[in-house]
Design a binder for this molecule. Sequence first.
Ligand SMILES: O=C(O)C(=O)C[C@H](O)[C@H](O)COP(=O)(O)O
Length: 213
Amino acid sequence: MSYDQKVEAIRNKLAEIKIVPVLAVSDAKLAPMLGKTLSENGLPCAEVTFRTAAAVEVMKEIRKACPEMVLGAGTVLSTEQVDMAIEAGCDFAVSPGFNPEVVKYAMSKGLPFIPGVNNPSHVEQAMSIGLKVLKFFPAGPSGGVGMLKALNAVYPVDFMPTGGVNVDNAMDYLGLPKVFCCGGTWMVPADLVDGEKWDEIAKLTKDAAALIQ
Ligand SMILES: O=C(O)C(=O)C[C@H](O)[C@H](O)COP(=O)(O)O
């Protein structure tokens, strides 16, 4: 499969699920239950950010406990983290911004990479190295749906908005023609994850999944 075909395949899987829970988990022992809670309640995907020291272990535990899940690495800021994401079994990676060195490295390793952009110049720089699928981050503070509509109007690129997306505005983003999915933390708040409040996380996950039924 070519790199473009791999990206397209991930794009299509995420487009079926539509909402990607963004995780920052501090203890890998929580990962199997968190993965199962998301998967069994309608969101069989997760972006595990490199914002905690446990990130790689969390990725590995989710991969093991929930092989069906579409698993992404988030906040990928270096080529070393690209290697770690691949080794942990991630299907794709995302970053808050666009670092051509990191993206090109992921391309050379065959890992679908969705870098963040939030203005026309970033979009054009990303397009210039062949990218067609981008994250719009931080979506809310960068102008939200209005900004994304303006970018949609001029570029043949698909977007995954994250940052400030929540249960009340997710459908506004998902209603835009070139938005294939969106990401957010609202169904996995840190206090509920750390407190192992699986029933409450299940409810938030079901509510999120119900948006797109
Ligand atoms: O660092 C990355 O690669 C990310 O994906 C960042 C996340 O998208 C946001 O942190 C989501 O933030 P909220 O949903 O507003 O809490």
